[in-house]
Design a protein around this ligand. Structure first.
Ligand SMILES: Cc1ncc(COP(=O)(O)O)c(C=O)c1O
Length: 283
């Protein structure tokens, strides 16, 4: 079997701490000081051939600098290993490339490549990438209906029928998801996902779920066109770590998944039922 060792290059990926994985204080990988000893101990095994070095710095890394730093450190490590007689053939630089949650916030693929490829050229290493959210985040939206608009204290709360069990990213990572009504008057048609929409007539509101948790929100202090009970809202960029991180918390059956292609659609996962909630209980 051929295997790679996951190293921890101790580089700050400049992202939320809950999606930071390549710093010394995170639980992932083997720090570079120890990694040499791991190769010494296991790197000549007859059955498990250590032929690669793997790293993954974290997620939503909207800068190329952390990749450059981490790859540079890791290449030095690989050269040391090679000097010690280990035949390292592969470098896997993981994923974490920023997806455009707001339009234009993430570097283009060419920008990452422009900084990374020169470091690897001529090194005789096979490069493996593990992009995740850059592929799927903006391929999915979560549709949710307004249940109620509530004025409370200084705030307006738009209570919707999706909740933290359907999309946990806002509370888990302070994640931003652009949210906009599915149908709006012409003056509220916007071109792009953006943090703050400055169109006359928008109102400031928190968009929250119906679960009894203050952590149950999809967005805070967001400018939205006026909405009413029954309106449909689109929560953008829900295609990565959306459904996959969903749960049945608060006895909420999970949502249906619908694949859309052009003007065709297909239900690819049916909406769960209350029977599904107890299906695994034995007595
Ligand atoms: C080892 C590894 N590679 C790749 C990824 C994908 O990350 P992203 O979706 O941010 O590109 C992850 C995500 O947790 C991961 O743990």
């Amino acid at each position: 079997m051929r295997a790679a060792l996951r190293v921890n290059p101790d580089v700050d990926p400049q992202t939320h701490r809950h999606i930071t994985t390549g710093k010394k204080e995170t639980k992932f990988g083997v720090d570079l000081e120890r990694a040499g000893a791991v190769f010494e101990k296991y790197g000549r095994d007859e059955y498990v051939k250590l032929i690669g070095v793997h790293l993954h710095l974290g997620s939503e890394i909207n800068a190329v600098g952390p990749y450059v730093q981490a790859i540079t450190k890791t290449l030095d490590f690989i050269e040391t290993l090679r000097g010690g007689g280990f035949a390292v053939e592969v470098i896997d630089i993981g994923g974490g490339f920023g997806a455009d949650y707001t339009f234009g916030q993430a570097p283009a693929a060419a920008e990452y490549a422009g900084a990374i490829i020169p470091l690897l050229r001529g090194r005789n290493l096979k490069l493996i990438l593990e992009p995740g959210r850059t592929i799927s985040a903006n391929a999915g939206i979560l549709l949710t209906r307004v249940l109620y608009v509530k004025k409370g204290g200084e705030k307006t709360f738009i209570v919707v029928d999706a909740a933290m069990n359907d999309l946990i990213r806002p509370v888990l990572y302070d994640a931003f998801h652009f949210i906009w009504p599915a149908a709006v008057e012409d003056k509220f048609v916007v071109e792009n996902r953006q943090e703050s929409v400055e169109v006359e007539g928008v109102q400031l509101a928190d968009i929250v779920g119906p679960i009894c948790e203050s952590a149950d929100f999809l967005a805070r202090d967001r400018r939205l066109p006026p909405v009413r009970r029954g309106d449909l809202l689109a929560v953008f960029s829900a295609g990565a770590y959306g459904f996959a991180m969903s749960s049945q918390y608060n006895s909420r059956p999970r949502v249906a998944e619908v694949l859309v292609e052009g003007d065709q659609f297909k239900i690819i996962r049916r909406r769960e039922t209350y029977d599904d909630l107890i299906a695994h209980e034995i007595e």
